[in-house]
Design a protein around this ligand. Structure first.
Ligand code: KIV
Length: 273
C-alpha cells in the first residue's frame, strides 16, 4: 500500500463498514494541536458541542452557536488527516425541520470541510436525518442522553431504564433506518446498549453505555484530566493534565517571584544573543 493510500481520510462509509468489526476509536477535539494528537489513534474525531462547556465555560451546550462550531471545526480540520471529522450541529440549528437542518448542515460541511455532521434525537429526528442523507450530508445520530435536551429531560440522568428501554431502542432503530451511518449511545444501561448494538445494522458508539458497543467516544479533556470541574462517573482518566498544569504554573510562578527564572537569565546574560 502506498503512503498516499495509507493517509486517505476515513469516510462515513468506512465507519459504517466497521459494524461488528474492530472497535471504533473516537474522541472529541476542538483545536489543531489536540486534533493532531487524536488523529494518530482515532478513526473518528468529533468537534463536539461539548466545546461550549469544556473550552468556553458555558453551563450547558445550549449556548453553543454555528459560528463557534465553524471556528473550532476549521481548527480541527487543520490537524486531522486520517480520521473522519464529524461536527456537531448546535442547539436550535436543526430542530425546526429538514430545510433548516439542511441549510445549517451544508454550511458546516462547506465551511469546515468535515465529512459528516452529528445531531441529537431519535424518532422525531428521523425525517430530518432522511432528508439530509438523501441530499449528500452524512449524519451520525445520538440517542439516549441528549445533552441539548437537558431542560426537558430534567438533568443528565441515565436514559432507557426499565420500561423506558423501548423508547431508546425505537430511537436508535429510527435513526439507523433513516440513514445515519453510526449512532452515539450516551448514558444508557449496558444491557440495552448491547441489545441495540445487536439490533441495528450501523455501528453504535458508546459513551457511558457498554464495552460491547461497536466503538467508544470520550470528551478528550475529560479523559486527559484537563477538564476537572466535574467528572461524569463513566469517565476514566488516563492522565491528570490539570494537576500537571497547576504544578507547572506554580513552579514557574515560584521561579519568577524568586528572580530565579533560568530562561531569562540565559537571555539577559549576553544581550547579543
Ligand atoms: O459534544 C460531545 O462531545 C458529544 C459526545 C458524544 C462526546 O456529543
Amino acid at each position: 500500500m502506498s503512503s498516499h493510500q495509507e493517509l486517505r481520510a476515513l469516510t462515513p462509509g468506512d465507519i459504517r463498514a466497521r459494524k461488528g468489526g474492530d472497535p471504533l476509536v473516537c474522541l472529541t477535539a476542538y483545536t489543531t494541536p489536540v486534533a493532531q494528537l487524536a488523529d494518530a489513534e482515532c478513526d473518528l474525531v468529533l468537534v463536539g458541542d461539548s466545546v461550549g462547556m469544556v473550552l468556553h465555560g458555558l453551563p450547558t451546550t445550549l449556548g453553543v452557536t454555528m459560528e463557534m462550531m465553524i471556528l473550532h471545526g476549521q481548527a480541527v480540520a487543520r490537524g486531522v488527516k486520517r480520521a473522519l471529522m464529524v461536527v456537531d450541529m448546535p442547539f436550535a440549528s436543526y430542530e425546526e425541520g429538514p430545510a433548516q437542518a439542511y441549510r445549517n448542515a451544508a454550511r458546516l460541511m462547506a465551511e469546515t470541510g468535515c465529512g459528516a455532521v452529528k445531531l441529537e434525537g431519535g424518532q422525531h429526528m428521523a425525517e430530518t436525518i432522511h432528508f439530509l442523507t438523501q441530499r449528500g450530508i452524512p449524519v451520525m445520530g445520538h440517542v439516549g442522553l441528549t445533552p441539548q435536551s437537558v431542560n426537558t429531560l430534567g438533568g443528565y440522568r441515565v436514559q432507557g431504564k426499565g420500561a423506558d428501554a423501548t423508547r431508546v431502542m425505537h430511537d436508535a432503530q429510527a435513526v439507523a433506518q433513516a440513514g445515519a451511518f453510526s449512532v452515539v449511545l450516551e448514558k444508557v444501561p449496558a444491557r440495552l446498549a448491547d441489545e441495540i448494538t445487536a439490533t441495528i445494522d450501523v455501528p453504535t458508539v458508546g459513551i457511558g453505555a457498554s464495552a460491547g458497543c461497536d466503538g467508544q467516544i470520550l470528551v478528550i479533556d475529560d479523559m486527559l484530566g484537563l477538564f476537572d470541574a466535574f467528572k461524569p462517573k463513566f469517565v476514566k482518566r488516563y492522565a491528570a493534565l490539570a494537576d500537571d498544569a497547576r504544578a507547572a504554573i506554580a513552579a514557574y510562578a515560584g521561579e519568577v517571584r524568586a528572580r530565579r527564572f533560568p530562561a531569562a537569565e540565559h537571555i539577559f546574560e549576553d544581550p547579543s544573543k
